[in-house]
Design a protein around this ligand. Structure first.
Ligand code: NAD
Length: 255
């Protein structure tokens, strides 16, 4: 019996095998969870489908979180197949490349709206659509980064979006606690992924993190996956509204 035996859930945010969402999926499956996946567009579907199949999942659905109808369709499909579900993983973020390059004060109104919509509002929308099918004891986990609480060079509008995401985690946790549904976020140290490649000076962030983190190494997809597994499983039954740092101690214990 694995920690997640008998539990079913959906993972938003796999783009390829480097994605943090993929690290989470592997940990969940190893503990017996049944998984569904979403993909952003047809190009990514070609990558996500074989990955899903390798974890015995054939529930692979389209979802651009800017499109409310697609979100609704995901959860109605899950209800058709499974009835109820136990968890949701939100590992989605997007900002225009130019907004991560130019000075923060130059962020356009549209760029700000887009980053906040895809990276933060989507958690509210996914949660709302998930509620009718989430079991008592359900757990929702989102992915965040230190740039929400500190001004990290070049993180710019994405830091503002992560601050909104973390605040949304707390408000959702406060609202859903009485239904015994928990909402938390994992704040990961830098990991080389598709999304990270859009952040200016990312190599330098990796170097500094490795040098200054008490663990003296970068965190991996596996490290993050294991913490997400904890937050999605009954091991964390008393934990909600938490921003759980998985960065080798960089933000909490580095000198
Ligand atoms: P990734 O590129 O593998 O994942 C980002 C995902 O967002 C992709 O699957 C992409 O398809 C999806 N996405 C973008 N726009 C979307 C939309 N409109 N609708 C639906 N999906 C959309 O990169 P990642 O680093 O694994 O990112 C996953 C999460 O982890 C993000 O929230 C990111 O901010 C966060 N995070 C990453 C790091 C890091 O260093 N890589 C650190 C901390 C937090």
């Amino acid at each position: 019996m694995g920690l997640m035996s008998g539990k079913k859930g959906v993972i938003f945010g796999v783009a390829n095998d480097k994605s943090i969402a993929w690290g989470i999926a592997q940990q969940l499956r190893a503990e017996g969870a049944e998984l569904a996946f979403t993909y952003l567009n047809e190009a990514l579907e070609k990558r996500v489908r074989p990955l899903a199949e390798s974890l015995d999942s054939s529930l692979v659905l389209p979802c651009d979180v800017q499109n409310e109808d697609e979100i609704v369709a995901v959860f109605s499909e899950l209800e058709k197949h499974w009835g109820k579900i136990d968890f949701v993983v939100h590992a989605i973020a997007f900002a225009n490349r130019e907004d991560l390059k130019q000075p923060f004060s130059q962020t356009s109104r549209e760029g700000f709206r887009l980053a906040l919509d895809v990276s933060a509002y989507s958690l509210v929308s996914l949660t709302r659509c998930a509620l009718p099918v989430l079991n008592d004891g359900g757990s929702i986990v989102a992915m965040t980064y230190l740039g929400s609480v500190r001004s990290v060079p070049a993180y710019n509008v994405m830091g503002v979006a992560k601050a909104a995401l973390e605040s949304s985690v707390r408000y959702l946790a406060a609202e859903l606690g009485e239904r015994n549904i928990r909402v938390n976020a994992v704040s990961a140290g830098p990991i080389k992924t598709l999304a990270a490649s859009g952040i200016g000076g990312f190599k330098e962030k990796l170097r500094v993190a490795e040098e200054r983190a008490p663990l003296k190494r970068l965190v991996t997809q596996e490290d993050v996956g294991k913490s997400a597994l904890y937050l999605l499983s009954d091991l964390s039954s008393g934990v909600t509204g938490e921003i759980h740092y998985v960065d080798g101690g960089f933000s909490t214990a580095a000198g």
